[in-house]
Design a protein around this ligand. Structure first.
Ligand code: 2PG
Ligand code: MG
Length: 422
């Protein structure tokens, strides 16, 4: 099938900020639309998100965040290069790389390239009469990823109620995806009730749907979630474990890790010790960005002493970049990578990063952003790509539940297997 039209326009994400939506029309008149997410705790090495700030196109009331330049790049630069071509994700991505050979997609904007790339993936799946998940995994059982789900939020997503960004849970003892999700909903609900009873502030629902309950110490926040897990009759550490996103780049200042709520300040070496003690004292099975994005030394120092079963997960460290992943493999900085398509800018290049990670024995967690849309493509990508884990925030907010619901749909309608990464 051939591409007859490519059109982008500006829409809103879950924070009410503008983002790019792109549609590809095929010669059977079908239209395939994709919307891109946007982060708040973004890494310095992410692909370029083009916004209008400082240009004549900036819309006053969006505070410079409008995306008309990226939209115009799709409509006037990308569209003419694609119209008339056969639909195939690989060739669309190749064309996008030719139009903007910069690694960070700074010419066209990664928000422009990713929107078109995703629309192309959906359009190719349609042309083959497949779902998006099946485009990448045409035969056999689909692998449903283990959900890593946000219970408490802090950092940039919740007005810094906690020093760290997220306390999440991994329900690795569940037998199915739907059972895993039911445990998580119960844990989150109970956390809200018990928080209220203990006189804590529980009304702040954070950017990703987690509870913005303030805790001065990370240990207290962990213990609170563990008590909710156990009250439900689940075993912390074997049914459900904790996963933390420390997002430490956010509080790394002048070479020190500054925990403002805890009123503690650490050198890199001291923070390696602090993290080491934390993972010993709590049933933590995964820890993301414990060290800042360019503090490579601390990453390798901690990796050398970390418990073997601990997932040491790089987000801002790797920013879904092939070169940064390569360095992390060589320097043994981590053993897992967060995969965010909009940190990279293209679907097929993101898949290549995931494949290199798997080849190096790394675990992979496909992840949404704090600013999301109702689009559910991430669930299909995680499944089709055989990523064994997925992170999309909490179980509140339709932009989050769109992804969980798509996974429930795949579980109900396809031959699937539930991933057991732990
Ligand atoms: C992260 C993501 C999602 P953001 O740090 O992992 O939780 O946050 O999209 O704000 O970068
Ligand atoms: Mg992160």
């Amino acid at each position: 099938m051939k591409i007859t039209k490519v059109q982008a326009y500006q829409v809103l994400d879950s924070r009410g900020r503008p983002t790019v939506s792109a549609s590809i029309t095929l010669d059977d008149a079908s239209v395939h639309t994709a919307r891109v997410p946007s982060g708040a705790s973004t890494g310095a090495h992410e692909a370029t998100e083009l916004r209008d700030a400082g240009t004549a196109l900036a819309e006053k009331f969006y505070g410079g965040k409008s995306v008309h330049i990226a939209v115009a790049n799709v409509n006037s630069k990308i569209a003419p290069a694609l119209i008339g071509n056969d639909i195939a994700l690989e060739s669309v991505d190749q064309k996008l790389n030719e139009l903007d050979p910069s690694l960070s997609h700074e010419v066209l904007g990664a928000n422009a390239t990713l929107a078109v790339s995703l629309a192309a993936a959906k359009a190719e799946a349609h042309s083959k009469n497949q779902s998006l998940a099946r485009l990448f995994s045409p035969t056999g059982k689909l692998l449903l990823p283990m959900p890593m789900v946000n219970i408490l939020s802090g950092g940039a997503h919740a007005n810094r109620t906690l020093d760290i960004q997220d306390v999440l849970v991994l329900p690795h003892g569940a037998k199915s995806f739907s059972e895993a999700l039911s445990w998580i909903v119960a844990i989150r609900e109970l956390a809200a009730v018990r928080g209220r009873e203990q006189g804590l502030v529980t009304h702040l629902v954070a950017d990703e749907g987690g509870l913005g309950i303030p805790f001065d110490s990370i240990e207290e926040a962990c213990s609170f979630v563990v008590s909710c897990i156990e009250e439900l009759g689940l075993k912390a550490g074997s049914d459900v474990s904790l996963a933390l996103d420390i997002a430490s780049t956010q509080f790394f200042e002048n070479g020190r890790y500054e925990l403002v709520n805890a009123k503690k300040s650490f050198t890199s070496q001291e923070f390696v010790q602090f993290i080491s003690t934390l993972v010993k004292n709590q049933p933590i099975i995964s820890i993301e960005d414990p060290f800042a994005e360019d503090d490579w030394q601390s990453w390798s120092a901690f990796a050398a002493i970390a418990p073997k079963q601990l997932q040491l997960l790089g987000d801002d460290l790797f920013t879904t970049s092939p070169t940064r992943l390569e360095r992390g493999i060589v320097e043994k900085s981590a053993n897992a990578i967060l995969i965010k398509p909009n940190q990279n800018g293209l679907v097929s290049d993101t898949l290549r990063v995931l494949e290199s990670a798997h080849a190096a024995g790394f675990k992979t967690v496909v992840s949404a952003r704090s600013g999301e849309t109702e689009d559910s493509w991430l669930a299909d990508l995680a499944t089709g790509w055989k990523a064994e884990q997925i992170k999309v925030g909490s179980t509140h907010g339709s932009e989050r539940n769109a992804k969980w619901n798509r996974l429930l749909e795949l579980e109900a309608t396809e031959e699937t297997k539930f991933a057991q990464p732990f």
